[in-house]
Design a protein around this ligand. Structure first.
Ligand code: ADP
Ligand code: 5GP
Length: 189
């Protein structure tokens, strides 16, 4: 499994990694998204099996016990997120390069696992205030959950040096262009 190519996107919540990953998936037919498992509740715009596999805590812990995860983290209080080995295997068997949207610790762990077969990209913004504005605009979290995400941002921003490439996501079209170039260079397409 560690021989196939992978692209990892990590960032503090609200920086724009999901937006960039979705854009890349539309532009590169060579890529396929690794659908993670999570115990978070589904947002209205999300589809089970497409955005995430939404699991109960009991089912998630069962999968941990059965060693079904390549990596997993309790990213927020009571919220588990993890990359399923079977998901990555399935996509690599289909001949795809796999793209991940994971938290910073998960990103570092996946880079360690896939090494030179991985391109690890860190998405950042100029300030925590920008993150706050974007989370406000996305309007998917309760005020408490938003505060929890912002409180983690400073610590998450310290992970930048562990990544291969960095995108400062201010002007979105420039961020898309930069991400596209990184992917083209890495996949040599
Ligand atoms: P993440 O996946 O990193 O949590 P999202 O991709 O969900 O972040 O983006 C958070 C919010 O910010 C979304 O509402 C998205 O539309 C918006 N957004 C993303 N990039 C930009 C940008 N460059 N400028 C303004 N808003 C942005
Ligand atoms: P959200 O709840 O906003 O979808 O995601 C919260 C955080 O969990 C984001 O940083 C997202 O990238 C991360 N995440 C999603 N899936 C995984 C995963 O499989 N593993 C890890 N470690 N983090 C994940």
């Amino acid at each position: 499994m560690e021989n196939g190519k992978v692209i990892i996107f990590s960032a503090p919540s609200g920086a724009g990694k999901t937006t960039i990953v979705k854009h890349l998936l539309q532009h590169f037919p060579q890529l396929a998204f690794s659908v993670s498992a999570t115990t978070r509740t589904r947002r209205p715009n999300e589809t089970d099996g497409k955005d995430y596999y939404f699991l109960s805590v009991t089912d998630f812990i069962d999968k941990i016990k059965h060693h079904e995860f390549l990596e997993y983290e309790q990213v927020y209080e009571q919220l588990y997120y993890g990359t399923l080995k079977a998901e990555v295997e399935r996509l690599h068997k289909a001949g795809k390069a796999v793209i991940f949207d994971v938290d910073v610790k998960g990103g570092v762990n996946l880079k360690k696992y896939f090494q030179e077969n991985a391109l690890a990209v860190f998405v950042k913004v100029d300030s925590v205030e920008t993150l706050a504005k974007r989370l406000e605009g996305r309007n998917t979290e309760t005020p408490e959950k938003k505060a929890e995400r912002l409180a983690k941002a400073d610590a998450e921003l310290q992970f930048e040096p562990f990544f291969d490439q960095v995108i400062l996501n201010e002007d979105l079209s420039k961020a898309f262009e930069k991400a596209e170039k990184m992917v083209r260079d890495f996949l040599a397409v």
